[in-house]
Design a protein around this ligand. Sequence first.
Ligand SMILES: Nc1ncnc2c1ncn2[C@@H]1O[C@H](COP(=O)(O)OP(=O)(O)OP(=O)(O)O)[C@@H](O)[C@H]1O
Length: 435
Amino acid sequence: MDNVCFQQRLRDLETRVRKWKFLKLGLTEVRLRPRDRRSTSVDQKHKECSSTSSSPQHQRPNNIGYLTSPMERKFTPLTMKPSPSRRDTEKDALEFEFLEGCKKSGTLDIDGVKQAVDPNEIHIIGLLGSGSCGVVESAMVRSKLMAVKTMYKNDNKENLKRILRDVRIMSLCNSPFIVTSYGYFMFNSSVKICMQIMAACCEKLLRRIYHSKLDFFPEFVAGHIVYSAISALDYLKEKHSIIHRDIKPSNILFDDSGNIKLCDFGISGFMTDSMSHSKSAGCPPYMAPERLTIETNSKYDVRSDVWSLGITVYQLVTGLYPFPLNDMEFTTLTIIANLNLPSPSLKKETTRSFSPLFIEFLDFCLRKDVRERPEYKQLMKHDFFLDYDPASGDYYKLKTINGNTNQVADWFNDIIKRSKTEDELKPIPNTPCVN
Ligand SMILES: Nc1ncnc2c1ncn2[C@@H]1O[C@H](COP(=O)(O)OP(=O)(O)OP(=O)(O)O)[C@@H](O)[C@H]1O
């Protein structure tokens, strides 16, 4: 290998590792900062209620830096700090969008009625989950049970971008396969999105199943997940030119009636020419090979989400992440990105049997070479997808065979009954720990 080629390869590898480390250290640190945790208290919420009028630009930054470990702070070179005289126009635009958003803050659409709600009327009941950007809690607002996602604003531009994207996209969407937003509240240092409450995400369900030694997701549930997720992703693409970019088990939710919906648009992107041009971080273990390669990671399309859905479904039906994780993280990404190494396939699965249609469908989703991977419209013509389409006769046949009106709801409620809530927090070996 000549020297130029070797140097290029080294830079490539270094960038990939830095991206993953950034996600794991940087964003996770933000989630765990005690200062942020404190601000979830009811007192803090009340303090913030009247704070939307003052400009966030005149505030002191509420954190010292994005990477918050003392080591990282100590060694941040001074030259990395932007000069105060140089204006960051993108950040100014984001702050402006934030202030504009404040105008609609507090107007909730509850059961078709738009109403001005005071933040004091949010009565938190308990924690539903937490992610890299905030916490989700159940709450009662004017007699309506809802999920309230609180995201903390800091001085970091990426953090602000992420919050605004989540708010904007949640407000735009109107699909039975996407969690409904009722509205939001914007404060100086945090944002709350009020949304439809769901019963559990696939990640929690998988943990319950694993620790209670139950059977992993059956094929028919995987079929409903595929149908709902692809319908949601196709809606986002066709109606709003949006690519999700963060498909993984924790972002696919079930309600008690067996409905399956997508959530979390914090790192979604708007596409131009059907391509995404942003390098925003996603969750590396679920990222498509083309997103892990330096030459292509700034230009990719919806087929990257098809890959992430394939990995997610593979994991749900087998209980296993299909790549080795017990090695260095870097090695996992290299195996995914190497097109010469084979893709995972349910064909090789020995402990459970799946229909040839399902195996073929997942093989299509998991084609490493993006040029060979189908887009949504092609997947929607596949017989496995059509079997779960309510407009197709086969779906109803499936229901009658089992003499059951809602098999997914029955399966879901049975898992909840036979497993323990505390298992939702226990990780599964050899599976990415993303929340
Ligand atoms: N509407 C909802 N109803 C019930 N639970 C929810 C709802 N939305 C989210 N959750 C729970 O909260 C968890 C975290 O939510 P979310 O993924 O939106 O946060 P996040 O900070 O954007 O996370 P990350 O980016 O790490 O995926 C979810 O995995 C899910 O378990």
